[in-house]
Design a protein around this ligand. Structure first.
Ligand SMILES: [Zn+2]
Length: 275
């Protein structure tokens, strides 16, 4: 069978079991099978065929830039890039220049002499030792909303994977990303270590993506609260929480939490443009 045919068969099989998009409230018919995290995060855009979610076209398209930005930022590391990483990053940046030139410009500005010095001083003032050659993450307001969108979307994808149910419209999601500098400065949050299960990865036979993607999850006994903490390569971490029935906790301030169909607003809402 040709690769295109295989892909179509796999999509049809998933959509037959899970006909609704898991990213916008579970009421829109899904038309595609979306790999989340996307293939671009992995070496040569190649990853085991797991963590695959039913998506409608708008939900698939909304994170085009977010997926690309995340795949690049996650490759920024303190030590020198490996050969495959360097080749991947070159290709991804070429795509970014064409697809989202504003973000490419922001990175150029932030990596200029003064931007770099300012960022390095900031890190050192916060107790993070930075070597001179470091490829540290310094992100601005073009990049931050993209990373925020990615973080919310992966939380929904992981929730779907854990429960095989899309989060309903009435549910809410809260997600934040951390850079490797944040994690060095603050460590992995205690609540993650205390409550989340052992690290998992995508595996297929001998192939284990642990180096480039690892995650821990927890689902409460009543299935009301889901948490995920994921490491994307060495550059980026995401901590997401999902609450299925926020109405059961009227005392909690749900400001900043989003219903699943509100994800596209992240790119427009100033609350998601700063850290
Ligand atoms: Zn959707």
């Amino acid at each position: 069978m040709s690769e295109a045919k295989l892909k179509k068969t796999a999509t049809n099989r998933l959509l037959a079991q899970h006909p609704f998009c898991c990213f916008c409230g579970g009421e829109t018919v899904a038309t595609t099978r979306e790999h989340y995290p996307p293939k671009a995060l992995f070496d040569n855009s190649h990853r085991p065929d797991q963590l695959v979610a039913p998506a409608c076209n708008p939900c698939n398209d909304v994170s085009r830039n977010a997926d690309l930005v995340t795949a690049i930022v996650a490759r920024w590391r303190f030590s020198e890039l490996e050969e495959t990483e360097a080749a991947d990053i070159k290709k991804l940046i070429q795509r970014l220049r064409y697809q989202a030139p504003n973000i490419g410009r922001e990175w150029l500005e932030m990596s200029s002499g003064t931007g770099q010095k300012r960022a390095r001083r900031h890190l050192q003032n916060n107790g993070v030792p930075v070597s001179f050659e470091s490829g540290y993450v310094s992100v601005g307001q073009e990049t931050i909303p993209q990373l925020n969108l990615f973080s919310h979307k992966i939380a929904l994808a992981m929730y779907f994977d854990a429960t095989k149910t899309p989060l309903p419209l009435s549910g809410v999601v809260f997600a934040q990303f951390s850079t490797k500098e944040d994690v060095i400065a603050n460590g992995i949050p205690d609540e993650v270590k205390a409550h989340l299960g052992a690290p998992q990865s995508l595996k297929q036979g001998q192939w284990d993506t642990r180096l480039h993607f690892e995650f821990r999850t927890a689902l409460s006994d009543d299935h009301n609260v889901f948490q995920v903490f994921a490491r994307l390569r060495y550059g980026l971490f995401v901590h997401g929480t999902i609450v299925v029935h926020p109405e059961l906790s009227p005392d909690i301030d749900w400001n900043g939490w989003l219903h699943p169909n509100e994800l596209p607003s992240i790119l427009l809402d100033p609350r998601f443009h700063g850290r």
